[in-house]
Write a protein that binds this ligand. Structure first.
Ligand code: NAD
Length: 268
């Protein structure tokens, strides 16, 4: 059975990768491509846009124009656009793979509420490697986290607009949850001046932005005499796109609810 997929944000860095990944995956077909209504690329061929040759799917400027053409929407755009699309998907019984990061707590809650009417997969990072790292972090935190200082470092390209990255926050959440801490209370997002000595319970975040770094993440567990580092480095966005397409295929078989990449990979 073929899963018919729509990609919104089709002209974006991830949108183009997704179009290519769908063309290479077994059992999936790109049947709609959407961009902002004011985009100069409306009407363009989505395959040509992604550099894989014509595929006959014209980019449209509004999701409502193509609601009959797909089963699962993959959305890597921006928070406001993602929320508007989630409302449409839940009203019209479409599944949705959400890759957009930088949502506020209220926006996340609004997105998750749609899980009562349709199936959504929400993940800050769709790469298989990062999701295996999340599992390793849970184990490391449970075994040794209470006796160590824990810090999260991330680096991304100069165009990224939110910080820390959604993946860094997801890593912090996994560690905090494993240790019974509330990340909102223990996170330290920057240090400057007379900060005082580090408190054991805190989880620090350090952010670097520059160049074309696709995404580096390291979580450090530090104690007297030893340090454990769990690192993931993405060198290409295709790992995220492949994971999102895998999630779309999996999601098409699920009942309404909120899922993440750990569910897709069977890591729970
Ligand atoms: P980008 O700016 O290159 O692309 C975003 C695209 O969305 C643009 O083409 C823009 O025109 C389009 N867009 C914005 N509003 C729209 C609307 N209302 N309707 C249709 N299209 C709209 O950004 P990017 O690097 O592709 O990243 C997009 C998002 O995905 C960011 O939030 C980023 O952090 C996130 N991301 C997530 C993962 C993951 O694995 N979860 C991986 C990479 C990026």
């Amino acid at each position: 059975m073929t899963t018919r997929i729509a990609v919104t944000g089709a002209a974006g860095r991830m949108g183009k990768m997704l179009i290519e990944a769908i063309s290479k995956a077994e059992g999936t077909q790109l049947t709609a491509a959407i961009e902002r209504p004011d985009s100069t690329l409306i009407g363009a061929d989505a395959g040509e846009l992604a550099g894989i040759g014509k595929n006959g799917v014209a980019v449209v400027g509004n999701l409502t124009e193509v609601l009959d053409d797909f089963e699962v929407l993959i959305d890597f755009t921006a928070p406001q656009a993602t929320l508007a699309n989630a409302r449409l998907c839940s009203e019209h019984d479409k599944q949705m793979v959400v890759g957009t990061t930088g949502l506020t707590a209220e926006q996340r809650a609004e997105l998750q509420a749609h899980g009562s009417s349709t199936a959504l997969c929400i993940a800050a990072n769709y790469s298989t490697g990062v999701n295996v790292c999340l599992k390793l972090l849970d184990m490391a935190a449970k075994v040794m986290g209470d006796d160590m200082d824990i810090e999260v470092y991330e680096a991304h390209h100069r165009h990224k607009v939110d910080a820390p990255s959604g993946t860094a926050l997801a890593m912090g959440e996994v560690v905090a949850k494993a240790l019974g801490r509330d990340l909102d209370k223990v996170a330290v997002y920057g240090r400057e001046g007379q900060t005082g000595a580090r408190e054991r319970e805190t989880i620090g975040f350090a952010t670097v932005r520059g160049g074309d770094v696709v995404g580096d993440h390291t979580v450090m567990f530090m104690a007297e005499g030893e340090r454990v580092e769990i690192t993931h480095k993405a060198s290409n966005r295709m790992s995220f796109a492949r994971g999102a397409v895998r999630a779309a295929k999996w999601l098409s078989q699920q009942s309404p609810g909120i899922y993440d990449m750990q569910d897709v990979l069977g890591l729970k």
